[in-house]
Ligand binder design. Structure first.
Ligand code: F7E
Length: 328
């Protein structure tokens, strides 16, 4: 097992620390190499040295919100970086299998189209996306990922490489970075419960996502890459929940019951028992463009690969919240 890591002035590898021991326990080699998707010569050198049989490209400027601030960097890494990898593979290691971390963000704009509400529905029906749904990216992140998605499919069709896209909806775990909304919620509420923080500041509370459990999705990546035939697959749970619901569930695990008051930027969440303000809305966490109601159908992954998620929304929130309460 080999990993590519970016050089940083301080080490930030705590999330992969366990991998070395896991590899050792299975008598597998484990080696990290410095590399960067914006440095093709470095990539070529590593691929030449390691001679991989499978490449999983999860490297990305992966924060959608930050991609609005750094659109060119996002494009260089998320779009052209993938072309660099594919071209090196084609020229030097065509027998290698390739997995591209594609994304549900490709469908973002579909959620902004007006849709017919079903009679009696409290809100518009969700847009259920499949492998044949049209792409409508609405962020620099997603526009770059669309290029990478198309290139991966092109190297498969045009050059016969075993190259697949996993169109993954949001996948979360205690290893999620702190500036993604799920982990921000669980880590901050855990600190609040332990008296080490006061208020959780969030953007759009009514934004909805199809949230699954990352280990289930990593299993899907492996199933996609080791399948006889390379192809593209949507990986999702099929249901959406709002940021607000995530907060309520996580707060309940930490022993709080949230009562919402106010509206828009003045809305806040209070602990029903003490009246203390625990959640507040902060306009800077809103994005110039965002979507809020797409979910995915993983029917093809189920039919062809036998993949299904094993952890639902409630258990996912518990796993993350319990982990952060333990850390705090
Ligand atoms: O935002 C809203 C925010 O940053 C989720 C990446 O892995 O999944 C992820 O992208 C929602 C958005 O993830 C805050 O506006 C409210 O509507 O956790 P997120 P994401 O943008 O969905 C996809 C599939 C990927 O491919 C990406 O790489 O939550 N939200 N308040 C907030 N979001 C953040 N980050 N922080 C807030 O305070």
């Amino acid at each position: 097992m080999h990993g590519l890591v970016r050089r940083t002035s301080s080490l930030n590898r705590d999330r992969i620390d366990g991998l070395r021991d896991a590899a050792k326990a299975r008598s597998l080699p484990f080696e990290l190499h410095y590399g960067n998707l914006i440095d093709p010569l470095g990539l070529q050198a590593v691929i030449g040295r390691v001679k991989p049989s499978e490449i999983y490209n999860l490297a990305s400027e992966s924060h959608v919100g930050i991609s609005f601030e750094e659109p060119e960097h996002s494009t260089s890494v998320n779009a052209v970086g993938v072309l660099r990898l594919l071209e090196i593979m084609r020229l030097t290691r065509p027998e290698c299998r390739f997995y591209q971390a594609s994304t549900s963000e490709l469908f973002g704009g579909l959620a902004l189209r007006p849709r017919e509400a079903s009679p009696g529905a409290a809100r518009s029906p969700e847009c259920v996306c499949t492998e044949t749904s049209p792409f409508e990216p609405i962020s620099p992140y997603a526009i770059a990922k669309q290029y990478a998605h198309a290139m991966t499919a092109f190297y498969r069709r045009g050059y016969g490489l075993h190259a697949s896209n996993g169109i993954l909806f949001n996948h979360e775990s205690p290893r999620r970075g702190f500036n993604f909304v799920t982990r921000k919620i669980t880590a901050t509420l855990a600190r609040i419960a332990r008296g080490a923080d006061e208020v959780l500041f969030l953007g759009n509370l009514d934004s909805r996502r199809d949230w699954g459990y990352a280990p289930d999705y990593v299993r899907a990546m492996w199933m996609i890459t080791t399948a006889d035939v390379a192809d593209d697959y949507v990986i999702a749970t099929g249901e959406t929940r709002s940021v607000r619901e995530f907060v309520e569930r996580a707060a309940a695990v930490a022993g709080f019951e949230i009562a919402w008051e106010g509206a828009g930027p003045a809305e806040a969440g209070y602990d029903r028992a003490t009246g203390r303000r625990l959640v507040a809305v902060e306009p800077r966490f809103f994005r110039p463009l965002d979507h809020s109601s797409i979910c995915g159908s993983a029917a093809k992954a189920k039919a062809v690969l036998g993949w299904e998620p094993t952890v639902g929304f409630g258990r996912l929130v518990e796993i993350m919240m319990e982990s952060d309460l333990g850390r705090a």
